[in-house]
Design a protein around this ligand. Structure first.
Ligand SMILES: Cc1ncc(COP(=O)(O)O)c(C=O)c1O
Length: 378
């Protein structure tokens, strides 16, 4: 069933109903559904009187998030560690994986800095080398990444599922399978992919999937998760170490019976105290995506992105994101990007300019009128 965007806007994005604004910027920040706003406000209001917010509320919000994420990506909740951003999972990989002198980590060029700086810093401190794979025609080169895995001493590959500026898509199935064959850790920065795409981690062999919820998952700033595959959990040293990373730390009557035995699940990687109100909001956002259905959401987004790309091409605008392979991000390069951006602004189309391109990012609320208006302004 297609999404009833009119009803969805009334229920969850009431500010869109005025028609003043066309929101094409989920790749930057996803708008919060009303239920997510309500959940955060309600939690925060009760937080004014902390004694009225019980541990069940706090830890309940966290465990609901883990369950919802696990269901969305077909993993076990025990493989989900909540995190405040994408960088947490990428740093965990760079600093926590067993890497050292003589090892090599493969990263594509032109990654969002969240997937570059942690690797640069950890490489310098820990003595491993980075091998940067160049883009081809300005886009991620899946074949070159695969070829790089056959270099001697490669221990890890870390890649963005979807490129932040050009929307290029990494072939997670192919890259993951090749990593698994070679015993190479496969790390994915998933923030520009999940939501626009669905993911089945039983089928797609990712070891660490780092994902903030603030974009395509329509979650609050300060919410997200790190998935760590069960089989690799033991090989990662928790970084940094939270006081609730250890077994027995749920019992607040025995906190100083120190025992550095990690929890059996991915909560060993969480940084408690977490912003509970933000995770209450994230849970509400994920509930909405669950209600609509992640596949329905994805199909809708992909259809909208396709229409934007196809429409731009018909109007003679150069595409940066390939029409044949895209996620939710539609990046285009008009002859005069600055002027096009100004026209989009004047038409109330919220968009981003990244690396000289206009980046458009529709979501579940996008309707045909939004696409027509965006293309006309472009
Ligand atoms: C590919 C990619 N990774 C990471 C981020 C953000 O990282 P974090 O969630 O750590 O702020 C962004 C955008 O802000 C991004 O586009």
């Amino acid at each position: 069933m297609p999404i009833d965007t009119t009803k969805l806007r009334i229920d969850e994005f009431p500010w869109m109903s005025s028609g003043d604004t066309v929101y094409m910027n989920a790749a930057s920040t996803g708008p919060l559904p009303q239920r997510s706003v309500d959940a955060q406000v309600d939690f925060t209001r009760r937080r004014a009187t902390p004694h009225l917010v019980g541990f069940d509320d706090q830890f309940g919000a966290l465990s609901r998030c883990r369950e919802l994420v696990a269901e969305m990506v077909n993993a076990s909740a025990t493989e989900i560690g909540l995190a405040i951003n994408t960088g947490a999972g990428l740093n965990l990989a760079a600093w926590g994986l067993p890497l050292g002198a003589g090892d090599e980590v493969v990263v594509p060029d032109s990654e969002f800095p969240a997937n570059r700086y942690p690797w640069m810093a950890a490489a310098e401190a820990r003595g491993f080398a980075l091998h940067i794979v160049p883009l081809r025609d300005g886009l991620l080169d899946n074949d070159a990444l695969l070829a790089a895995l056959d270099r001697p001493n490669v221990k890890a590959l870390s890649v963005s599922w979807v490129g932040f500026s050009n929307g290029a898509v990494a072939d997670l199935d192919r890259l993951g399978a090749a990593c698994r064959d070679r015993g190479i850790y496969f790390i994915v920065d998933g923030i520009q992919g999940l939501g626009a795409f669905t993911l089945d981690l039983e089928k797609t062999p990712v070891d660490i999937f780092a994902c903030g919820a603030q974009k395509w998952l329509l979650g609050p700033w300060g919410s997200g998760f790190t998935y760590v595959r069960r089989d690799v959990m033991a090989s990662i040293t928790p970084q940094p170490v939270s006081w609730m990373a250890v077994r027995g730390s749920d019992d607040f009557s025995k906190l100083i019976d120190y025992d550095l035995t990690w929890r059996s699940d991915a909560r060993r990687f969480e940084q408690v105290t977490l912003p509970y109100q933000d995770f209450a909001g994230m849970a509400a956002s994920l509930e909405l995506l669950r209600e609509i259905g992640p596949h329905t959401v994805s199909e809708h987004i992909l259809r909208c992105a396709h229409a934007l790309l196809a429409g731009a091409r018909e109007r003679g605008v150069a595409l940066v994101t390939p029409l044949e392979s895209h996620a939710g991000t539609a990046s285009v390069r008009p002859a005069d990007a600055k002027a096009a951006s100004a026209r989009l602004d004047a038409a109330g189309v919220i968009h981003s300019v990244r690396e000289g391109t206009i980046r458009l990012a529709p979501h579940c609320y996008t309707n045909d009128e939004d696409i027509t208006r965006t293309l006309a302004a472009l």
